[in-house]
Design a protein around this ligand. Structure first.
Ligand SMILES: Cc1ncc(COP(=O)(O)O)c(C=O)c1O
Length: 387
C-alpha cells in the first residue's frame, strides 16, 4: 500500500481551526451535546450509567438495529458501526480490493474514495463529471466504463464536491450495470438525507447483495466530532473488514455509541432543523451567484450542502483561497484539493450569518482582483480582522 497525501485534509488542517468564517466545509452546522440532550431527552443519569468497557467489534447492538431500521431492512446483521465513514472506506476497500483490480470511480470525488483504491494499487477508471455539462452524471458513460474486469464501482450521491445527484431510475441503471458484471457497488451516502429536487435515494443494499453503502453522522446530522459512521454490507464482507479493524480501532466508545443511537432514533428532528437551514442558505447562495455572473459559474446543487462553482477570472484558485483565508479569515476549498482546478468547494450548511459574511468577503476578493499576483505572493499570518 502506498497512499498518496490527502490534499483536502491538509487544507483543512491549515485553515479549518483558524478560520473566522467557514464557507468551505461540507457539513451542516454542528450540534453540541447540550442541544442533543435537550432534543432527545438524554438524561444525566443515562450518561453517568455508561461504563467504559470494551464495546462489540461490529458496534453496539441497539445502535446497529437503529441504523438497520432507518437505512436497511431492520436486520442488524448487515451493519458495522465505524469511526466516521472514513474508517468504513478504508476497511472495506482494503478488505475487498487488491493491487491490479479495476475500479470505476467518480471524478472528481471525495479524495479518499479514489486515493484509497489508488494506494492499494488498483487500476482506476474515472467516471468524469464535466463542468461543461453542469456536472450532470452521464450514466451511459458509466456503463461504458463498467466491464467484465471491474471489481468495484465507487459512487457518492449527492456528490461532494459538486452537489450533483441521480434519479431513482439512474440508480437502478447503475446497480444493473454493476450486477451484470458481478462488481461490488460502493455507495457513499454521506449526504443522502439532504436533497432539493427529489426524495433521498435508498441505499442499494436491498436491491443488490454485492453493494456496500456507507453513511455518517458527520454531514447531514452536524456531528463530525462524534466520529460515527457505518457500513451496510453482506455479513461475509463485514467479517473481512473486522479482520482489519482488529489491527486499528477494535471498537467504538460506549459513550459515543449511546449518543449515536439516541441521535439516529430521533434523526428526523435533527434533520428537519438543518434541512430548513440548508434551504434558506441555498436561496441566499443562488441569489448571490446570480448577482455575480461572469465572476462565478454556478451549477445549483441537487443535494448535500456544498456546491462547486467555477471562478473563470481567477488564474489560480489555490492562490485565491490562500489569500482569502489569510487576509479575511474565510475558509473556502480550492478545487485543486479534488484535482479539479478552476473551481472552489463552497459549503453552505453553516450558520446563515456565516454564509452571508463569507459571501461578502468572497465578492470583495473576486472584484478586487488582488489575488492575481500569483504564486509569488507571500501570505501573512491569519488575522481576525474582517474583510
Ligand atoms: C463523500 C464523503 N464520504 C465520506 C466522508 C468521511 O467523513 P466522516 O469520516 O466524517 O464520516 C466525507 C467527509 O468529508 C465525505 O465528504
Amino acid at each position: 500500500m502506498n497512499f498518496p497525501p490527502a490534499p483536502l485534509e491538509d487544507w483543512m488542517r491549515q485553515y479549518y481551526f483558524s478560520a473566522r468564517i467557514d464557507i468551505g466545509s461540507s457539513g451542516v452546522e454542528n450540534f453540541s451535546l447540550g442541544e442533543l440532550r435537550a432534543l432527545f431527552g438524554i438524561t444525566q443519569d443515562e450518561l453517568d450509567e455508561v461504563v467504559f468497557r470494551d464495546s462489540l467489534t461490529l458496534g453496539d447492538e441497539g445502535l446497529r438495529k437503529a441504523i438497520a431500521r432507518r437505512w436497511h431492512d431492520g436486520d442488524p446483521e448487515s451493519v458495522m458501526v465505524t469511526h466516521g465513514s472514513s474508517e468504513a472506506i478504508y476497511l472495506i476497500m482494503n478488505a475487498l480490493l487488491r493491487s491490479g483490480d479495476e475500479v470505476v470511480v467518480l471524478d472528481p470525488s471525495y479524495p479518499q474514495l479514489n486515493s484509497t483504491a489508488f494506494g492499494i494499487g488498483c487500476n482506476l477508471k474515472r467516471w468524469r463529471l464535466q463542468a461543461e455539462e453542469n456536472f450532470v452524471p452521464d450514466i451511459a458513460a458509466a456503463r461504458k466504463l463498467i466491464g467484465s474486469r471491474t471489481r468495484m464501482v465507487v459512487v457518492n450521491f449527492p456528490h461532494n464536491p459538486t452537489g450533483a445527484s441521480i434519479s431513482v431510475s439512474e440508480q437502478t441503471a447503475l446497480i444493473n450495470a454493476a450486477a451484470e458484471v458481478g462488481a461490488y457497488l460502493f455507495w457513499d451516502a454521506a449526504f443522502a438525507d439532504i436533497t432539493y429536487n427529489h426524495s433521498p435515494l435508498s441505499p442499494p443494499g436491498l436491491q443488490y447483495k454485492r453493494s456496500i453503502s456507507i453513511g455518517t453522522l458527520s454531514k447531514s446530522y452536524g456531528l463530525p466530532g462524534l466520529r460515527v459512521g457505518w457500513c451496510i454490507a453482506a455479513p461475509d464482507v463485514l467479517a473481512k473488514a473486522v479482520q482489519l479493524r482488529d489491527y486499528v480501532t477494535l471498537h467504538l466508545s460506549p459513550l459515543v455509541e449511546l449518543i449515536a443511537r439516541r441521535t439516529i432514533e430521533g434523526a428526523d428532528e435533527l434533520l428537519s432543523i438543518r434541512r430548513q437551514q440548508a434551504l434558506t442558505n441555498l436561496e441566499i447562495l443562488s441569489a448571490w451567484a446570480n448577482d455575480h455572473q461572469g465572476l462565478v459559474k454556478w451549477v445549483p446543487p441537487q443535494g448535500g450542502v456544498c456546491a462547486f462553482p467555477g471562478l473563470p477570472r481567477v488564474p489560480d484558485v489555490e492562490v485565491f483561497c490562500h489569500h482569502l483565508a489569510q487576509t479575511d479569515g474565510v475558509l473556502l476549498v480550492p478545487g485543486t484539493c479534488f484535482n479539479y482546478p478552476g473551481h472552489v468547494r463552497l459549503g453552505f450548511g453553516g450558520a446563515t450569518s456565516q454564509l452571508t459574511e463569507g459571501l461578502a468577503c468572497l465578492s470583495n476578493s473576486l472584484k478586487s482582483g488582488k489575488f492575481r499576483t500569483g504564486r509569488e505572493v507571500t501570505y501573512r499570518t491569519l488575522t481576525s480582522e474582517g474583510c
